[in-house]
Design a protein around this ligand. Structure first.
Ligand SMILES: Cc1cc2nc3c(=O)[nH]c(=O)nc-3n(C[C@H](O)[C@H](O)[C@H](O)COP(=O)(O)OP(=O)(O)OC[C@H]3O[C@@H](n4cnc5c(N)ncnc54)[C@H](O)[C@@H]3O)c2cc1C
Length: 367
């Protein structure tokens, strides 16, 4: 949405000949303008050391889809210090505006500065929907931002669809994924923006529509005494930590592997496929695979092209972490294991026979 809204050439002032016509014109303009405002979408993307996270790209894909369904365009904002803000990279996507929200006090994340800066942008440019990736940082500040507008954050959304009146409905999971619930902002049209965070893997970054976006810099009014926290050093993950959320192929191992000594069997399969090794929680709890490789509700959420589940039963807490995978292959000796319900291909058999044979076949195919 641009600063000045142009209602078009159909409504020229010289056509107005009476006060009634002027009033009608104002009503039309207001209706069109308010309607336009009720459809604009802003995605707040996250960056770390100048790198836009893959989860942010998924949130932008969600924002684009929502805006298209509303007949409008999506804008994106990224916060950071001048010079360290990668917002310009996003102008190659089909977006209305890319806003670089820049200020020295945004160099390091603090909830107070992020809330104040976003509040100013949202009030100035007026957005009906504000979308975030559901990250730890967003969990920290977005509920408070929503409260500033008298709203709540509809968090960890897995899907968006149109309600019977055309207004968007947001789907969240309840009871560890056992139930899906629909949420929407009432009354419609709403008088304040709707704040939504998107679950990792629910939308695909590969669905991002390319195009062109206008670039704008927004400098919020921030003062050091507004910020009640002192940012510490950025969290440095251990040298072995891996970002499974951006892995294209994952081989994941579960309790079917029986003992630590057997882990190299699946590691060999992962190596042959050029895949990352992951595991279910009991395997990580036992220390057989590092904890940062755990997939599931209390581990990482992944959305690879291929997820190979080896000796994993498919408990709901595991499924919520990998259901964004494009293709799932399961190897399990129990043909009734729940993992087969989400698998595209299933092999009902003993992993100790299948995995070495598969590894050998892949290695042979590569030579
Ligand atoms: C609050 C909470 C959070 C949790 N968070 C997570 C989480 O983030 N991630 C997670 O994974 N779990 C999590 N869990 C645990 C979850 O409920 C399950 O207990 C766990 O996922 C089961 O792991 P598994 O599939 O490896 O083991 P099991 O359920 O024991 O399944 C092992 C499977 O291996 C198969 N098998 C056995 N031998 C063979 C063989 N020789 N060949 C082939 N198949 C074989 C069996 O048929 C079985 O299906 C959480 C639980 C709670 C309560």
């Amino acid at each position: 949405m641009s600063d000045t809204y142009d209602p078009g050439n159909d409504l020229l002032p010289e056509d107005i000949t009476s006060p009634d016509e002027l009033e009608n014109l104002m009503t039309t303009i207001n209706t069109v303008y308010i309607d336009k405002l009720n459809k604009s979408v802003l995605v707040v993307a996250e960056q770390r050391q100048g790198r836009i996270s893959s989860q942010s790209l998924e949130a932008i894909a969600a924002g684009q889809k929502l805006a298209t369904s509303l007949g409008d365009e999506c804008s994106v904002a990224i916060l950071g210090a001048q010079g360290g803000n990668p917002a310009g990279e996003l102008t190659r996507y089909k977006l209305n505006f890319v806003f670089a929200i820049q200020h020295g006090l945004l160099e390091h994340y603090t909830a107070d500065a992020y809330i104040a800066a976003l509040q100013q942008l949202i009030r100035k440019r007026v957005f009906a929907y504000v979308i975030f990736p559901h990250t730890y940082q967003v969990r920290d500040f977005a509920p408070a931002l929503a409260t500033r507008f008298g709203q709540v954050l509809i968090s960890d959304v897995i899907a968006i669809h149109a309600g019977s009146d055309g207004a968007p409905t947001f789907v969240r999971q309840l009871f560890q994924g056992k139930l899906n619930a629909d949420y929407r902002l009432t009354p419609q049209p709403a008088s304040a923006p709707c704040f939504v965070s998107i679950q990792a893997g629910a939308f695909r970054a590969s669905d991002l529509v390319e195009g062109k976006a206008s670039f704008d810099t927004f400098v919020p009014a921030l003062a050091a005494d507004q910020i009640r926290t002192i940012p510490g050093d950025p969290f440095r993950e251990s040298a072995h930590t891996v970002d499974l959320s951006s892995a294209a192929v994952i081989v994941s191992v579960g309790r079917g592997i029986r003992e630590r000594e057997n882990i190299p069997l699946v590691q060999a399969l992962a190596d042959a496929l050029g895949a990352e090794l992951a595991a279910s929680r009991p395997i990580c709890d036992a220390g057989w695979v590092p904890i940062e490789r755990q997939v599931g509700s209390s581990g990482q959420t992944v959305s690879p092209k291929l997820y190979l589940a080896v000796g994993i039963s498919g408990a709901i807490q595991h499924l919520v972490g990998m259901k964004g995978a494009k293709t799932v292959i399961a190897i399990n000796k129990d043909e009734n294991a729940p993992i087969f319900e989400v698998a595209d291909y299933g092999v009902a058999g003993d992993l100790f026979e299948i995995v070495p044979a598969l590894t050998k076949a892949i290695q042979a195919a590569k030579t």
